[in-house]
Structure formats: C-alpha cells, structure tokens
Ligand binder design. Structure first.
Ligand SMILES: [Zn+2]
Length: 147
C-alpha cells in the first residue's frame, strides 16, 4: 500500500491509501478520489508522505477509504461467510416475516432468528412497534421469495 498526501481544490489536506501510484492516478483521473471534508474531486498530490502512517501530523487525521486493490480484503468471501451464518442461524419465514416477527415480539411464539422479506413500508411499521430488522445486502439473501 502507498500513502499519499492529497489536497483538494479548496485546500483541505488529507491522506489517501492506494495500492500503487498507478492506482492513485487511475482513480484520480476517473474522478473517484474525493476530499473527505467537502467531497471535492479535483485532487492534487502533495509531496509524498515520507512513511506509511495513519497518525496525524499537524492536525487530526481524517478517515478516508480507497477501493481495495488485489490484496485488499476479500469482500466476496466475507459476504459468503455472512450468508452461511444467516442461513444456519435463522429460519426462513418468507413473506410471513412481519406476522411471525410480531407474534414473537408479543410473546405468542417462541423467539428465534428468522429471515424473510418485508416491504419498506412493513419495515417502518415493524420499527414503530419496536421490532428490529436488519436489511441484508443483495446477493446474500436468496430466500423469502415464496411461502
Ligand atoms: Zn475539501
């Protein structure tokens, strides 16, 4: 990984992590590097940071993120693990999710992990009743279509 000191057109200094100089230049020219303070994407590179460090130098370091390079975390593997966990620890109740969640919430049914599908309206109604639901990212929720 390389750390670059960057500056936006409005003069905010920040650090960005990139797989390589080429990766930085490619993302910069594609407008994908944005200032974490003002989201400005006219970014210039200041003289290189002399060492790899996330610590602040003359000011608080601000959080930045750059797309993972080839050696970045394997998001696909992480999602697969999450999917396996969801599938093994919850019961698929499909479109009956709001109904089953309510029965559990009001003690009419044994509490357990369930998965299924709700509309955004149903999710809001459940939240109003104090029932928490977690929206899963697409690709890990191939369930709840039927029932
Ligand atoms: Zn800025």
């Amino acid at each position: 990984m390389r750390v670059f000191r960057l500056s936006c057109a409005r003069g905010h200094d920040f650090e960005g992590w990139f797989a390589s100089s080429d990766a930085f230049e490619r993302q910069q020219s594609a407008g994908e590097v944005a200032c974490p303070v003002c989201a400005e994407n006219h970014i210039t590179k200041l003289p290189s940071a002399p060492y790899v460090n996330t610590g602040a130098r003359g000011g608080e370091a601000v959080p930045v993120v750059a797309p993972a390079g080839p050696k970045g975390p394997d998001l696909a593997a992480m999602l697969a693990a999450l999917k396996a966990h969801v599938l093994s620890s919850t019961e698929d109740v499909g479109r009956k999710f709001p109904e089953v969640a309510r029965r559990m919430h009001y003690g009419e049914e044994t509490e357990r992990g369930i998965r299924g599908r709700v509309t955004s309206q149903e999710a809001v109604e459940l939240e109003d009743e104090g029932i928490e639901t977690v929206v899963l990212p697409p690709g890990i929720a191939p369930f709840g279509e039927v029932h």
